[in-house]
Design a protein around this ligand. Structure first.
Ligand code: FAD
Ligand code: DLZ
Length: 510
């Protein structure tokens, strides 16, 4: 039998993959901690630790089951610090005759591995990662010949195809979407459950990272690492979500509060993105629990299903259809730098300081904080999408290019000109005030448009529409904004634009 090397990437920790269903003595699994992955962006320290810890424990489990595993630690002297260079020497040393890997989720790594066969002069084959509902190309096939890529039509197709929340061919509850029920602010007397946290000692990994000189951002409690890094952890955090958060998930999906950093969100994105748990099993467990508990309403479950069966698969489809061009799109030709306070949260705008500081503390912010606070501000301030991408790709525990760039450049910055969204997600202070407890305690006044205490979101909002008029006025979903703008007195417009200009020129002082 030929000796086979099977590469396992850091986001391919899928215990249920068919590779692992039996032990094969002719197979050597290879996993590696490498500088090419730790250094392509400045990652949050918790993100690097989560990957290394999860990889190490996954390799231990494979070994315990009798598999042969070569695991390269970052500081191993033989480590050449890149996937291809390590595979080269390992292949020679272990007389490998055949290489196999699973389709990577990132274009960058996909390209790197495509040249393996030529580089090493060995047969190389690629297999599916057996994780997603869709293949890489299913999205492109579904939208073939269409000009618009509406998430809603893709989502309905997915629900029907996989028979999820369907009754006799119709959506359960006779509606596909319960979004209108899902926009509640947290009431003043409502106490949110404390998030389920792990307490793992990761000080050895943190010490190794510090010694290696890898540049990271953010904080870590190295004696009490909070994120799930095994399949068991992942199932536990999912169970906690189902039991305690699902009953409120939909209702408070868009809410933001100073009292909680994750509200009723599941915090399973890292576990799913590294494939410790599959989207199929998450959906099955959630729906099973819903069926067994009359107290959980459909809007909670549908809201959650839409994120995973809809948005997650949709973003993956957009990515593989539009890369590599997608990573260069800049529809508004924005050129500004990200304000310095994105790196420390030191701004007087409470929504931003809270969202950024919790991101630095936990490597996490929930969707509406990412979209309507940090993303919204960056778009209004005309920040170059590359800068915005680098920040999101580094700071979040779950950030991998395929799902980060489509959310950031696409959904949040509209840099794709409307592939992901039909209009830019921008808002004035009004939306943030409606959905959060931030504005009441902020230095700035959410109601004020000009003057010392005017919330910067207000004037920047109109500045955004004014400066991008040529690109946006004809958009049928935006037209009304220009009707309002046209009705304003010239002096009012001038005051708003002057205020915004002043804020933009002193952006680091806000
Ligand atoms: P929940 O709110 O509990 O949702 C459940 C699951 O649904 C998530 O775990 C996730 O897998 C999926 N999901 C929800 N929304 C989306 C979405 N828009 N796209 C894809 N999947 C979704 N998600 C990432 O996984 N990695 C990223 O790098 C990432 N970057 C983002 C950047 C921006 C600017 C924005 C606006 C969103 C980004 N998201 C990203 C999507 C979303 O914010 C996160 O998936 C979510 O906050 C993760 O927390 P959770 O597990 O508690 O999610
Ligand atoms: C994110 C990450 C980091 C920080 N480090 C590693 C690593 O050292 N080794 C590894 O195999 N994977 C790592 N990852 C995740 C990879 O970036 C991810 O597996 C690839 O980009 C494929 O999508």
């Amino acid at each position: 039998m030929k000796k086979t090397l099977r590469l396992i990437l850091g986001d391919q920790l899928n215990h249920q993959h068919s590779w692992f269903q039996q032990v094969d003595e002719n197979v050597v699994y290879v996993m590696m901690e490498v500088r090419s992955e730790t250094d392509y962006v400045v990652h949050h320290i918790q993100k690097v630790v989560a990957f290394f810890q999860a990889m190490r424990l996954f390799s231990d489990e494979l070994k315990q089951k009798g598999n042969q595993v070569i695991y390269l630690h970052l500081d191993d002297s033989e480590n050449k610090q890149s996937f291809t260079e390590n595979i080269r020497w390992i292949s020679q040393k272990y007389k490998i005759e055949n290489i196999e890997y699973q389709y990577p989720d990132e274009y960058r790594v996909d390209q790197e591995l495509l040249v393996l066969s030529e580089l090493l002069n060995l047969p190389v084959s690629v297999v599916d990662s057996e994780h997603f509902f869709t293949s890489r190309t299913e999205f492109a096939e579904f939208f073939k010949g269409k000009k618009q890529f509406l998430m809603e039509s893709f989502y309905r197709y997915m629900r029907k195809k996989h028979d999820i929340l369907m009754i006799a061919g119709q959506p359960e509850g006779d509606k596909w979407n319960f979004d209108s029920d899902n926009r509640k602010k947290i009431p003043a007397n409502h106490t949110i459950i404390h998030p389920y946290l792990f307490h793992r000692d990761v000080s050895d990994i943190v010490e190794m990272i510090r010694k290696s000189g890898i540049k990271t951002m953010g904080e870590i409690d190295d004696k009490q690492f909070i994120w799930p890094v095994t399949r068991k952890d992942s199932l536990e955090i999912l169970d906690f979500f189902i039991e305690y958060c699902l009953p409120y998930f939909g209702t408070f999906q868009d809410a933001m509060t100073l009292d909680s950093w994750s509200v009723y969100h599941s915090r399973i994105s890292f576990a799913m993105n590294v494939k410790l748990i599959s989207p199929q099993e998450v959906i099955e467990k959630v729906i099973k629990h819903y069926r067994q508990n009359n107290s959980i309403s459909l809007n909670q479950v549908e809201g959650f299903v839409r994120q995973i069966v809809g948005w997650r698969e949709y973003m993956r489809g957009v990515y593989w259809m539009h890369m590599p061009e997608y990573s260069t799109l800049n529809f508004f030709n924005h050129e500004n730098k990200l304000p310095d306070w994105y790196w420390n949260g030191e701004t007087k705008m409470l929504c931003l300081s809270h969202s950024i500081k919790q991101s630095l503390k936990f490597a996490y912010a929930h969707h509406i904080q990412r979209l309507m606070v940090t993303g919204n501000f960056a778009l209004l301030a005309g920040v170059h999408p590359y800068e915005v991408d680098q920040w999101y790709l580094g700071i979040y525990i779950d950030a991998l290019d395929w799902v980060e760039i489509t959310n950031t450049r696409g959904m949040s910055q509209f840099a794709d000109g409307g592939i992901v969204g039909t209009k830019p997600y921008v808002s004035s202070a009004n939306y943030i005030d409606k959905m959060s407890s931030y504005c009441g305690k902020c230095h700035y006044n959410a109601k004020q448009k000009v003057g010392d205490k005017a919330c910067p979101f207000n004037s920047l909002y109109w500045h955004f529409y004014a400066r991008n008029e040529q690109l946006l006025r004809k958009n049928p979903r935006i037209g009304m904004m220009y009707v309002t703008w046209d009705k304003m007195q010239p002096q009012v417009k001038a005051e708003l634009l002057n205020q915004a200009e002043e804020y933009l020129s002193n952006i680091n002082e806000l």
